[in-house]
Design a protein around this ligand. Sequence first.
Ligand SMILES: Cc1cc2nc3c(=O)[nH]c(=O)nc-3n(C[C@H](O)[C@H](O)[C@H](O)COP(=O)(O)OP(=O)(O)OC[C@H]3O[C@@H](n4cnc5c(N)ncnc54)[C@H](O)[C@@H]3O)c2cc1C
Length: 491
Amino acid sequence: MNEQYAVDVLICGAGAAGLTLAIELARRGIRFRLIEKSPEPFHGSRGKGIQPRSQEVFEDLGILDRLFAVGGVYPTERRYRDDGSVSEAHSIEHNVPTAAEPYQQPLMVPQFLTERVMRERLLELGHRPQFGCELVAFQQDADGVTAQLTDTAGTQAVRVRWLVGADGGRSFVRHALDVGFPGKTLGVRALVADVQLSGLTPDCWHRFGDGDLQRQIAVCPLAGTELFQIQAPIPLDVDIDLGAEGLTAFIASRTGRDDIQVHAVSWASAYTMNARLADHYRVGQVFLVGDAAHIHPPTGGQGLNTSVQDAYNLGWKLAAVANGAPQPLLDSYEEERRPVAASVLGLSTQLLDNLQRGDMRRGREVHQLDIGYPHSSLTLGNAGHRAPDAKLRGAAGQSVRLFDVFKGTHWTLLGYGVAPGSVLPRAGLQVHYIGAHAERVDELGQFQDAYALAIGEWVLVRPDGYIGAVVASADVERLEGYLLQVGLHPV
Ligand SMILES: Cc1cc2nc3c(=O)[nH]c(=O)nc-3n(C[C@H](O)[C@H](O)[C@H](O)COP(=O)(O)OP(=O)(O)OC[C@H]3O[C@@H](n4cnc5c(N)ncnc54)[C@H](O)[C@@H]3O)c2cc1C
């Protein structure tokens, strides 16, 4: 740690992206500060769907079981038709978990509960967000950033090596960098509100007026709470009363029912939908993650998930460079993550069009399991895809999940039928051998099914669970070159 810096990383914003980055840095022992201008945690449900790929990320961060314990599965949808008929259906495809993809259903957790679980994890790692502290200005040079922070004690300057703007769609950091945020306003305004109400049961997602923008309204029980989340498109230019009485009247106007009564509103917002992508994710020593870099409609439940995975991509790279890895590693963040957001923009806008026509179906395309970085400068050989799970047998006879082998901050090198000793372990790299008489046996053939390696091949898995390299034993020198490129030096 260079003493010219108060900390290595200043994270501006303690939403889902900032908290993920903080956990990633904390578990690697990197010095950082996480500031949040709000005096207290955000308490709205907003992004309530945790997609299968984010579930894998949260498993690695050590919070998946906690999230399942506080959240729940998506309920079926009950559609109320004008002729008085009612039908029930799943809008979410139900796929069976497989050995390679253990999580197949979105998990419902209101965002305020997800963030609470993340803050608890951060506390376990010895850190907490500093609430009521706002970034108000910064200047950068080639070595770092000088940031002005304001809290109740006044304004102070801090010198940091990197600043990360995890400060949401209206990002102060993005504006200050003068990074363009092109895209479009979609001409759709929506209401979202977390309420206590009577007149509807908490066993399903109630949908009225599907396919008619003037009359659509959905009321979903929020898993882990006694609240319901109301969502409805609203006119662009009409003031909506977001109080309990106003929402009761609004529901009656959409459903024709006066037995649905809102008793309390814990959070509500009326917002205009946009689809925008930042021109750059990095300017010098400053990065953008999450909504600061991309915003899109909530359809498909991609916003929070994409934000978390931005931070998951950047975190290990910042830590590696802080610990001496070559600087170009950081360039791969924008290279890998910006195309992902570009495709999410297209997907969520398409799903919004479908929704307006009454088509609510969502399938694998929203699960984010097919995201990968095959064209990244960090990818060597036929690699870049998500590293699947598989069950192996340990030499001691126990069952071993690959995801448990990957879990943590290290890289993992798996040698398939490779003679031990040709690549030496080093700090940050765990080397494991798989074979009939090796430390791990592919007894069920799940590893071979998922990875399809030839005998004698190596597969290198990055700390964020993507395959960085696949190389034959004869090419071990290329593997050594790759390991140096990402800062993994022999001890
Ligand atoms: C109304 C609404 C409904 C949504 N519905 C869904 C949904 O159904 N599904 C889904 O996946 N996503 C949804 N989203 C999107 C999802 O909530 C976001 O993608 C997610 O919150 C992004 O996380 P983030 O950490 O990048 O930003 P945010 O959660 O916005 O966090 C940014 C934080 O930075 C703080 N901050 C800002 N400026 C400063 C500063 N200068 N100094 C210090 N702190 C600062 C803010 O106070 C805030 O806490 C919705 C969003 C909105 C607004």
